[in-house]
Design a protein around this ligand. Structure first.
Ligand code: NDP
Length: 293
């Protein structure tokens, strides 16, 4: 049976590290990090995310601002708000909650965020900084996935890692981070031939596909670390809705050395790593050393 990697507990540890870092920045430098979240429209899931983010931001001792704009807000007005936040020295991190309403060009809005305040790490400048090995703000879910893997294998150096999925939000940044950890990285995707065979060679598997329970137990090398990024809502045999990952947990936990559950694995790490990025951004903007990069 695999060791279960407890994302809830590890996320709480990360939040405690962020709280300690915030306290240090306040006491040593009089610098209180601040994170602004912009929500346009009434998407119910987004409202819950934004509320959770704001609550956890305050809990670690940072300033939190929520900017809730009506769904019909023009693109120009959203860009004007981002510009205002870019120029506000008290605001160190800006997060624009996706999805944005259809009449707003998300790419244009995300690219208008000052890269040094881009706590989501999606700006092309941060993507470039990550790949060339400069100090970057790195996307939160990938950072969380690698932190989880390192709790069971503090050095990932030399491991054969297979990342399933090549999105800009998850797959590609996970691959960049694992390369930085000196893994030998393979990025698999929808055109990969013999995916099961490719995964079978992996000491570390990160699944970020969006297909419920796609990764089967007989794909996994005995003892491998399995990180399941997937969040899929399906209807269980009892007719009730439930969340499952991209990994068939029941099968894979019998073979893997360590595995993340869904829920309670990668999911809780995302907001914790967002707070980490906000603390890092505040330090970077003030030319201070950071506990995180
Ligand atoms: P995307 O849909 O953007 O990307 C999915 C990737 O999976 C693509 O690269 C695609 O390949 C690949 N893929 C699709 N089908 C197959 C297949 N049959 N075999 C191999 N690869 C395949 O998804 P995201 O990266 O945004 O998200 C992935 C999962 O992670 C989702 O379940 C999402 O809900 C979850 N997620 C969880 C987060 C968290 O906080 N825990 C945050 C973000 C995402 P191709 O490029 O060839 O099309």
């Amino acid at each position: 049976m695999a060791q279960i990697i407890d994302g809830k507990k590890i996320a709480a540890d990360v939040r405690a590290q962020v709280a300690a870092e915030v306290q240090r920045l306040v006491s040593e430098n009089g610098l209180k990090p601040g994170l602004a979240v912009v929500l346009v429209g009434e998407d119910p899931a987004s409202k819950v995310y934004v509320k959770n983010k704001a609550q956890q931001t305050v809990e670690v001792g940072m300033n939190s601002w929520e900017h809730r704009l009506p769904a019909e807000t023009s693109e120009a007005d959203v860009l004007a708000l981002v510009d205002k936040l870019n120029n506000d020295p008290a605001c160190h991190g800006i997060l624009v909650q996706l999805p944005l309403p259809k009449h707003i060009n998300s790419e244009k809005v995300l690219n208008s965020i000052n890269p040094d305040k881009d706590v989501d790490g999606f700006h092309p400048v941060n993507v470039g900084r990550l790949w060339v090995g400069e100090r970057a703000l790195v996307p939160c879910t990938p950072t969380g996935s690698v932190i989880l893997a390192k709790t069971v294998a503090p050095s990932l150096a030399g491991l054969n890692a297979v990342v399933i999925g090549r999105s800009n939000i998850v797959g590609k940044p996970v691959a960049a981070l694992l390369l930085r950890e000196n893994c030998t990285v393979t990025v698999a995707h929808s055109r990969t031939k013999d995916l099961a065979g490719v995964v079978k060679g992996a000491d570390l598997v990160v699944a970020a596909v969006g297909i419920p329970e796609m990764v089967r137990g007989d794909w996994i090398k005995p003892g491998a670390i399995v990180i399941d990024v997937g969040i899929n809502r399906i209807t269980g045999p009892d007719g009730k809705g439930k969340l499952v990952g991209d990994v068939n947990y029941a099968e894979c936990e019998k073979v893997a050395g360590a595995i993340t559950p869904v829920p309670g694995g990668v999911g809780p790490m995302t907001i914790a790593c967002l707070l980490r990025n906000a603390a890092q951004a505040a330090a970077m903007q003030n030319n201070l050393k950071s506990a995180f990069a």
